[in-house]
Design a protein around this ligand. Structure first.
Ligand code: GLC
Ligand code: GLC
Length: 826
């Protein structure tokens, strides 16, 4: 459906007859309930918190891994499979020849009713076919390395049913890349052990691995399979596995080829009766000297322990309730009740939830990120903290140290690290010159949230080298110093491989197909500069100066501010195009993102960041820049990353010009930078526009156009095709995007204006007229603030605490209080 009418103004899709929903929000249960399995794309959910992670789609597809989606993959997933999204943990119910699955796939048998409830860390399927009801509860318990699938069948008919049930998972041979490439070896190494409740996957355990996985049931099975080809039949698929069709199992013991785990049950279920089976996929590590029970027999002690913990329904229910309780507690740290339910549900539930997932996964494992390409990004992980810190300050501290540990002494840094080893990733290397500054963003936010400056003293190594530890504050110094010592002809920061925009590769000059734009450097100009990094430097340089002042280093703070001023001046002089900020200077010092260019005349990133940094504020730059953003870049779904899209490949610009027009970095709504525009608008006091941009992008508002938008309506996606794209409005790459964190930050700190600050909690709301009342509960450094905001849009600000008028916008932190009642009128 192409709604773009050919000029730069946008049509309001929301007034068109294109709405189609596939489910609804259940805010009370914190769930999104999918009632139509034919979603436009798989709509997925995540389980797990500390080591065992799972992805599950609305058709029961997905995969599991331990800590690292590349190196420790537990179950197999084929990303570009045909059909899409086949492979998961599947339950086949054969009821008198009618074979169906609670999640619709893989059999695709039409269900009489279907519901998939994606909740926080769990998914429940509730389906029915021919008066047989199935409830399947799936989750990863809080403190254990396993996924529970509890399946209950209830016979709602008047006759006894004889059911054959198969449960099945397919093992991955651990290293997910090797698993998909090295078949000459892999088809020889698969090994399992089987008893009458459990199939153990122990490939490579005999040699260098200390871990195995298992698929267990709490009752004895009536048969099993552990060899894929036997279970399926060589030319069959998940839609017609031989064992299932024949209501049998072959008791196959895998040796090489593709090991799987399948348990079969013959169940007699009387009218009105229910039967429950608990399936468990678990992961176990053993110390070297405890690996074996005897020759070739693995030590199962820990597995038994895990199995016994979830062997009955009460245990499962208890673990499930603990998980739910944990989320309710976590989310109580920040809660808003306003007259806008969509805003509330995003802030209170889904946006925070997505922040947790991006914190855990970075950009590694989703349905779009294969978990094999990227480790944890330096820049990505720092930004992920911004939206999530209030929920888990302790974990954040550890994360900041992990990230800082891949930095080099000169302040530059590896771009990524693998979560399992925590070492910098040499394949991608470094040279992304925005990276170092994000460390200041994350650390300053940590201090503001916790008030704990001691993090600055944490001994932190460079490049993980033992003995190289320096206090974390030296890493922040190194970060700034790197920018100060790497400037180009206009006194602006050098861009290196790229800045936040991975695709603006100004020193790449790639002509070789397949060459990575991010790592290739065929012409190292030493000249290409980034106005975006200039904006970051000014913003975070000032932030660091404030920290220095707060700890009594006035002299150093003043020195830093001199450097900030120099970059600010350079930006005012060379970074302004008349109506907006320029994006960069290329390797020949030509402008990028200027009206002088043929394509790519305006980019969104510097408009957001330079306005947040208040560069050229006296001259009205921010206001002008944001007017241009509104006029030129805004469409139905938010703000496009640039305009006009590049029509041709530009050697001197790199990957940005490689994408077809309107996609990804070449002119889509790259959602990650939309919240910068929201925040920037609040900085210049344009509250209506701030909320307008927020709303355009917000998944809860896009639910009604799911047919166009396609990805999950409860979660942000990375990119929404722009007006120049053929599929305008179509989103891709849901879940793992910095959008989550930055939008959370924009909604809570800019729109609601609840800002942790060094000395207390600042409350500086920028609500649009349509939100007249908001009651916010915020727990900040252990004190509970009940904040009631009345928005008369009067332009006047008044704060009272326990009915006493207060000057200014900061509530000084007082550790002796437990609860503070604040009233704000605007
Ligand atoms: C991806 C990357 C992020 C980058 C962005 C823009 O989201 O994960 O690091 O900033 O693309 O290129
Ligand atoms: C590609 C993508 C970009 C992503 C990068 C990660 O360049 O377009 O969004 O950040 O790959 O390496």
């Amino acid at each position: 459906m192409c709604i773009y009418n050919g000029n730069r103004s946008y049509l309001n899709v929301f007034e068109k007859e294109v709405t189609m929903k596939f489910g609804h929000f259940d805010d009370k249960e914190y769930e999104y309930v999918i009632t139509n399995y034919n979603t436009p794309l798989p709509w997925i959910n995540y389980f797990g918190q500390d080591g065992f992670f799972s992805l599950m789609s609305n058709t029961c597809g997905g995969y599991m891994f331990y800590k690292d989606a590349k190196l420790r993959r537990i179950t197999r997933f084929r990303y570009n499979n045909v059909p899409r999204d086949y492979g998961g943990r599947y339950y086949y119910i054969n009821d008198n020849g009618t074979i169906w699955n609670p999640g619709f796939l893989p059999m695709k048998t039409k269900l009489d009713s279907y519901m998939c409830r994606h909740g926080l860390g769990y998914t429940i399927f509730e389906s029915e076919k021919n008066k047989l009801e199935c409830e399947l509860l799936c989750f990863v318990p809080l403190n254990d390395l396993c996924e529970i699938n509890q399946l209950t069948l209830t016979n709602n008919s008047n006759e006894t049913k004889n059911i054959t049930l198969h449960g099945v998972v397919e093992w991955c041979l651990w290293n997910a890349v090797d698993d998909q490439t090295n078949f000459q070896r892999n088809w020889n190494i698969g090994e399992v052990e089987v008893d009458d409740t459990t199939i153990y996957h122990k490939t490579e355990y005999r040699e260098r691995r200390d871990h195995y996985a298992f698929y267990h049931t709490n009752v004895k099975h009536d048969g099993f399979d552990s060899d894929l080809d036997t279970f399926m039949g060589l030319y069959n698929s998940w839609c017609d596995p031989s064992a299932v069709l024949n209501k049998t199992s072959y008791n196959s013991v895998a040796s090489g080829w593709a090991p799987i785990a399948s348990h079969m049950f013959k169940l007699e279920i009387k009218p009105g009766e229910s039967k429950t089976i608990i399936f468990q996929t678990g992961y176990v590590e053993n110390p070297e000297d405890k690996k074996w029970e005897k020759l070739h027999v693995i030590n199962k002690e820990k597995a038994y322990e895990l199995q016994n913990k979830y062997s009955n329904e009460e245990q499962v229910l208890q673990a499930f309730n603990e998980l739910k309780k944990k989320w309710v507690n976590l989310l109580s740290t920040l809660n808003v009740k306003s007259d806008n339910p969509k805003f509330d549900r995003m802030v209170n539930i889904w946006n925070q939830y997505q922040c947790m997932v991006t914190f855990n996964m970075s950009r590694s494992a989703s349905y779009y990120e294969s978990g094999t390409g990227r480790g944890m990004g330096f820049r990505d992980s720092c930004q992920d903290l911004l939206g999530f810190l209030h929920l888990i300050p302790e974990k954040s501290r550890e994360r900041i140290k992990d990230i800082a540990s891949i930095q080099f002494e000169d302040g530059s840094t590896y771009h990524q690290y693998q979560p399992l080893t925590k070492r910098g990733n040499a394949d991608i290397g470094g040279g992304f010159n925005d990276d170092p500054l994000w460390l200041i963003a994350a650390t300053s936010q940590y201090i503001k949230e916790t008030g704990d400056y001691s993090i600055l003293n944490d001994p932190t190594p460079f490049n993980n080298k033992e003995g190289s530890e320096k206090p974390l504050i030296d890493h922040l110094r190194a970060s700034l110093n790197y920018i100060i010592t790497h400037k180009g002809p206009h006194g602006l920061p050098l861009i290196g491989r790229a800045d936040w925009n991975d695709c603006l590769n100004l020193n790449c000059f790639s002509k070789t197909p397949g060459e990575s734009f991010q790592t290739a450097s065929n012409f190292e100009s030493g000249k290409a500069e980034s106005v975006f990094i200039a904006g970051m430097f000014v913003l975070y340089g000032k932030e660091f100066a404030t920290i220095l002042k707060n700890i009594g280093n006035d002299k150093e703070a003043a020195d830093i501010l001199d450097e900030v001023n120099a970059v600010e001046e350079a930006t005012v002089k060379y970074g302004w195009d008349g109506e907006w900020f320029i994006r960069a200077y290329d390797a020949f010092s030509n402008k990028v993102g200027s009206h002088e260019c043929e394509d790519g005349q305006i980019f969104v990133e510097p408009q957001g960041f330079c306005t947040m940094a208040r560069i050229g504020e006296r001259l009205g730059y921010g206001k002008k820049a944001l007017d241009s953003v509104e006029k030129i870049l805004t469409n139905d779904y938010g703000v496009e990353i640039l305009h006009p899209c590049y029509k041709e490949y530009h050697l001197e610009l790199g990957e940005v010009s490689s994408y077809p027009m309107g996609y990804k970095e070449n002119g889509s709504v790259f959602c990650h930078n939309n919240p910068w525009i929201v925040i920037a608008n609040t900085v210049i006091g344009n509250n209506e526009r701030a909320f307008d941009v927020y709303r355009r992008n917000c998944p809860a508002y896009l639910e009604e156009v799911s047919e166009i938008h396609k990805t999950e309506p409860y979660i942000y996606s990375q990119t929404i095709a722009g007006r120049d794209a053929k599929n305008y409005g179509e989103a891709k790459n849901s879940w793992l995007t910095g959008t989550a964190s930055w939008t959370m930050y924009a909604a809570s700190q800019a729109i609601l204006g609840i800002k942790p600050d060094y000395d207390g909690l600042m409350i500086d709301p920028h609500l649009p007229k349509e939100i007249k009342h908001a009651k916010v509960v915020r727990v900040f450094r252990g004190v509970k603030y009940n904040i009631s905001i009345t928005n008369n849009s009067s332009g006047k600000y008044q704060m009272t605490i326990d009915n006493k008028s207060i000057d200014g916008k900061i509530i000084p932190y007082n550790k002796d209080l437990t609860e503070v009642n604040v009233n704000i009128t605007l």
